[in-house]
Design a protein around this ligand. Structure first.
Ligand code: C5P
Length: 217
């Protein structure tokens, strides 16, 4: 793809790991640092896009030129994504969304002795699946699938089930790629059946490879 192939396009990206709080301090979360989403936002900006980044708590600051919306949990992320989705030409859901939340929430910190022995869980909305249902003809939607073991089969299933145009199958059981790393490796899949393997590179390089891959989809 050309340097400025996203000129004037509206790109919506989610990043980071959502936190589902049980009380004022304790939460269910995951090791996502938001680096991949930030790299996607930077790459899109570089290619001329108008970029909105909806991010759960992340470890780095958002570079200037990117419109950032900070959220904490999956429900807040869903609300921000649904609000911004209708204007987006291209949406990349790179956030690691917690699949469940504690069924109850206490705004006070629970004393240790009153913590339940078993934690009741409730599902959180599948954000990208909802975006897939709302997607209009001109919109493109890309998801991620962080997996161990066979990464391709589950990624293909998610691509179809969530009505995505493409998916990034991301191995998280390899050395120095994935969560928290500055590097990543992936297999890109699209709904036409195209499949491209990207060997270890920086997250910024991977982001550019992804925009190259989806160019013309
Ligand atoms: O099904 P799984 O969670 O592995 O799918 C991963 C993809 O779905 C990612 O793009 C992730 O951002 C998205 N997702 C979501 N809402 C959830 C769980 C995952 O949008 N509750």
């Amino acid at each position: 793809g050309g340097e400025r192939d996203l000129l004037g396009k509206r790109v919506l990206i989610s990043a980071g790991g959502t936190r589902e709080y049980l009380d004022a301090v304790r939460f269910i979360g995951n090791p996502s640092t938001g680096k991949m989403g930030l790299a996607l936002a930077q790459a899109a900006l570089h290619r001329g896009a108008i970029v909105t980044l909806v991010h759960a708590p992340i470890e780095e600051s958002v570079p200037p030129g990117i419109r950032a919306i900070a959220v904490v949990n999956a429900e807040q992320m869903q609300q921000a994504m649904l609000e911004n989705f209708p204007d987006a030409d291209l949406t990349v859901m790179s956030a690691a969304v917690a699949d469940v939340k504690p069924a109850a929430y206490s705004s006070e910190k629970l004393p240790k002795r009153s913590l339940p022995e078993q934690l009741l869980l409730a599902p959180v909305p599948d954000i990208v699946a909802e975006l897939g249902r709302r997607k209009q003809l001109h919109q493109r939607l890309i998801g991620f699938a962080a997996q161990t073991g066979d990464i391709i089969t589950p990624a293909r299933q998610k691509l179809a089930q969530k009505k995505l145009d493409a998916i990034v199958a991301n191995p998280i059981d390899k050395a120095d790629v994935g969560f928290g790393s500055n590097f990543n490796a992936a297999i890109f899949l699209d709904f036409h059946g195209r499949q491209v393997e990207i060997s270890q590179c920086s997250k910024l390089q991977l982001a550019h490879h992804l925009f190259d891959f989806v160019h013309g989809l």
